[in-house]
Write a protein that binds this ligand. Structure first.
Ligand code: ZN
Length: 284
């Protein structure tokens, strides 16, 4: 199920996992990057990664808290689950809100085809939490975790220096309009996150959604789109244009097609909220 990216890195980007999944087969063992949405798929992943190299599973690393990247973690609960403290915070909040027992039951009632995939779901919180912007898994390990925010405030880049491979999580959607509707998303942090990727100059990028990239074009493309959206919204908002009109103008800026129109509108509304909040604090 995994495609080989470099000698010791692998990716699964075919959609079965919903959020892409990666593997770094390091000296210490095999690290899984994101756990897929479904326990049923995560069990298959575990069998697969136990076949890579010496078969030792060293743990899992989360790029951010969204369900399509974290709900398979229960299959790896006997191993360290690494994540930034904001990922932990957001998962804990979600457990009390959109991931409550009742919320999940109504989700399954609306999506009965996912019942089997989510059978026995148990949501596991990270048990190895880091608080700094940059975190190295261990002294002899060349895996860097860099919390940059953007798509969510806990969004973390995972960089395997040894082979120049970057796992971008959902700070990169390749070939499709990104989801930015999260209550912790920020277009400003997102632009900085993309700059951080450009600075690292990875040879390969495994995005959170879409195929593996062997160049930086999608990163540049998303960065220039976000800069354009921010500049348009800031200019209009400063001229006291109505929210509806600003969003209408943001909507006209060309980019990849979204999965659905609601998806794009939720993203633009969140971006507008962050931009107008920034402008109002500047005025004070
Ligand atoms: Zn996400």
């Amino acid at each position: 199920m995994f495609e080989k990216v470099t000698e010791n890195t692998y990716a699964h980007t075919k959609g079965e996992t919903i959020g892409n999944v990666g593997v770094i087969a390091s000296e210490t063992g095999n690290f899984l990057i994101d756990t897929s949405m479904f326990p049923k798929v995560a069990r298959k992943i575990r069998i697969e990664i136990e076949r890579i190299k010496k078969g030792k599973v060293a743990g899992a690393i989360l790029t951010h808290y969204h369900a399509d990247h974290t709900w398979g973690a229960m299959v790896f609960k006997d191993k360290p689950l690494h994540a930034h403290e904001f990922v932990h915070k957001n998962m804990k909040r979600s457990l009390a809100e959109s991931w409550s027992q009742d919320a999940i039951e109504s989700y399954l009632a609306a999506n009965p085809e996912r019942k089997e995939m989510l059978e026995g779901l148990e949501i596991i919180l990270p048990n190895s939490v880091f608080k700094t912007r940059e975190y190295r898994l261990s002294e002899d390990e060349t895996i860097m975790l860099i919390r940059v925010g953007g798509h969510t405030d806990g969004s973390t880049l995972i960089f395997y220096e040894e082979e120049n491979v970057l796992f971008a999580g959902d700070d990169l959607f390749a070939g499709i309009y990104p989801w930015g509707g999260d209550q912790t998303a920020s277009p400003y942090a997102w632009i900085n996150a993309l700059d951080a990727i450009l600075e690292l100059k990875p040879k390969y990028i495994v995005p959170g959604h879409g195929p593996v990239q062997d160049n930086l074009k999608e990163v540049e493309h998303l960065k220039s789109y976000l800069k354009n959206v921010v500049a348009t919204a800031e200019t209009l908002a400063m001229e006291n244009t109505t929210k509806e009109k600003v969003i209408e103008e943001m909507d006209k800026i060309g980019f990849h097609s979204p999965k659905s129109e609601e998806f794009k509108q939720a993203t633009l509304h969140r971006f507008y909220e962050v931009i107008s909040e920034k402008l109002s604090t500047q005025k004070e």
